[in-house]
Ligand binder design. Structure first.
Ligand code: 3AT
Ligand code: MN
Ligand code: MN
Length: 528
């Protein structure tokens, strides 16, 4: 029987080494990535290692403390162990300056999630160099966010069914998931997926350099965002990893070039897999379009490799798929030119043109009178935006509805109820915009309003030749429907939260969506 000699679900496309030209463009690519400031300094890198060392020791101290409280002997408490695993961009080796370190704390079975928030969190607060600590125990994936020596860290925790967590523990074994709390299974997920990705690529250094390029490109082109229907960090990593499998000997420059052309031509909804999907010991769903209709609706399925395998691109819609496909094409064209020497890598990373591209935009304005509430309300609205995009996709004369990847936050100090109403409608006059907190302090009826404005660009079908009268675009149904849907949120309160959806012409876009000097010259009739 022939032994499989390759990584992936098919043999490689080519096992050839990169050409001399591909070597050259790989060198210039890395130079450009350095110029674009995607790498941290050596000093920051050392700080991270020191912080991680201190954190690893703190986790052991925490497990020791809880063990003693449970009546274990000093030696048993020491042996109980405790280990940290990193995941996210740091573990992948593609983090930039200022990235966080996503850190999973693995503890033995006598240490509980309550201990994590009641004992470990206060221990963190006492650690030298800690500036921020905030635990969110009720989150879907419970988390403690912190900053140590200037480095942001996200802490998750998983309690395994083991009396002792040895230093050489690996999380690869699916049986570790047996009889665990769901939150622990979810917390282990990120780390297990990344461990598997790194095992499934032929050359980790090539993978890292190519992924760094794709990440920067996707961020600059405004298509890096899972919640808005584009791809998140894990999905981009999986795509690059698959290309690495298909060209196991290629250098990063060659991987990037194949990446664009293969992704442009991919026959979706054929899934991208790094290995065959495996079954495992839990009563949980594994991605399976033959069994589950919901999985059949995934347009660009990119499947995580570790059990339980899931689709990392659940949010992709018809519109976002079209936008990404266009970007793959643009990338392929530029990289072709880079290879023949008629373009520079920097062209690949030029800023998106979202706010220049459309004649009409939808503004979705979420507002409240309180900063903390605003975070929750705008987050809820943002998480439902793709529902609006999908409803708009049914509108006949719309070719696509293009959601922008981030909302714009503004704080407005209003003197009266009329101003409050105007701001909530997106009408922030220069007088309001220029006002400071002090200007309204102590004034009766004055109020501060927090707004977050999301944008959807509307590509409208050109008017049919011979058609009579103006083309009508009726989007009242999808927008009303969307408002209703958002307000079904169980914490929605009509007295404190406001949502406005309206459409504007591109000329009415506010200055804050443009970089200084980016705004196209307006045709002004006022100044003659
Ligand atoms: P950065 O370099 O940190 O910007 P990253 O890929 O590490 O890039 P994050 O730190 O935001 O990005 O996320 C790392 C992983 O943590 C990705 C995902 O598995 C998990 N994760 C992120 N946000 C959440 C969330 N809100 N809830 C649960 N898991 C999350
Ligand atoms: Mn991270
Ligand atoms: Mn994080």
């Amino acid at each position: 029987l022939e032994q499989k000699s390759y990584l992936g679900v098919t043999p490689p496309i080519s096992t050839a080494e990169s050409t001399d030209r591909e070597k050259e463009v790989t060198v210039t690519l890395l130079e450009e990535l350095r110029r674009q400031n995607t790498f941290e300094s050596e000093e920051e890198s050392r700080t991270r290692e020191i912080v991680l060392g201190r954190v690893a020791a703190l986790v052991k101290k925490f497990v020791h403390r809880i063990s003693i409280a449970h009546g274990l002997s000093e030696s048993a408490a020491n042996a109980a162990g405790g280990k940290i695993f990193t995941f996210g961009s740091y573990r992948l080796g593609v983090h930039g300056p200022g990235s966080d370190i996503d850190t999973l704390c693995v503890v033995p079975k006598h240490v509980s999630r309550e201990d994590f928030f009641e004992t470990f969190e206060p221990m963190l607060k006492e650690l030298e160099g800690v500036t921020e600590v905030s635990g969110v125990p009720e989150a879907y994936v419970p988390i403690i966010k912190t900053k140590i020596d200037g480095i942001p860290l996200d802490f998750l925790m998983a309690r395994l069914n083991l009396a002792v967590i040895p230093d050489d523990l690996s999380l690869q074994d699916d049986n570790l998931l047996r009889n665990l709390d769901e939150r622990c299974v979810r917390s282990l997920g990120g780390s297990r997926q990344i461990g598997e990705i790194l095992r499934l690529v032929p050359n980790v250094d090539v993978f890292r350099d190519a992924l760094r390029c794709i990440k920067l490109w996707a961020q600059r082109r405004a298509i890096y965002s899972n919640v808005n229907g584009f791809l998140g960090g894990v999905a981009w990593a999986l795509l690059v990893a698959r290309i690495c499998q298909l060209y196991p000997k290629a250098l990063a420059g060659a991987i990037v070039s194949r990446f664009f052309i293969i992704m442009y031509q991919w026959s979706w909804p054929q899934p991208v897999l790094l290995k065959q999907i495996e079954d495992g010991p839990l009563q949980v769903r594994v991605w399976n379009p033959r069994l589950y209709p919901a999985d059949r609706s995934h347009r660009m399925p990119i499947i995580t490799p570790a059990y339980p395998s899931m689709c990392s691109t659940h949010n992709v819609t018809q519109s976002t798929q079209m936008i990404m496909t266009e970007e793959f094409k643009r990338g392929a064209d530029i990289v072709d030119k880079v290879i023949v020497g008629t373009a520079e890598w920097s062209e690949l990373f030029s800023k998106h043109d979202f706010f220049h591209k459309y004649r009409y935009y939808l503004q979705i304005i979420a507002s409240t009178g309180d900063q903390d509430l605003q975070m929750k309300w705008s987050g809820t609205v943002e998480s439902r935006l793709r529902q609006l995009v999908m409803k708009l996709e049914y509108v006949e004369s719309l070719i696509l509805a293009h959601p922008f990847v981030k909302g714009f936050d503004q704080v407005s100090h209003c003197l009266n109820e009329d101003e409050v109403k105007a701001v909530a409608q997106g009408e922030i006059s220069e007088a309001i915009a220029g006002r400071k907190k002090e200007d309204i302090e102590g004034k009766e009826g004055a109020k501060t309003v927090f707004t977050t404005t999301f944008y959807i660009g509307l590509a409208i079908q050109p008017k049919q030749a011979g058609a009579v009268g103006p083309r009508r675009l009726d989007i009242s149904y999808p927008t009303t429907d969307f408002s209703k849907l958002v307000k079904m949120w169980d914490k929605y309160d009509e007295k404190t939260m406001c949502l406005v959806v309206r459409h504007i012409k591109s000329s009415a876009l506010p200055d804050c969506v443009f970089d200084p000097g980016e705004r196209p010259a307006k045709v002004t009739q006022k100044r003659v």
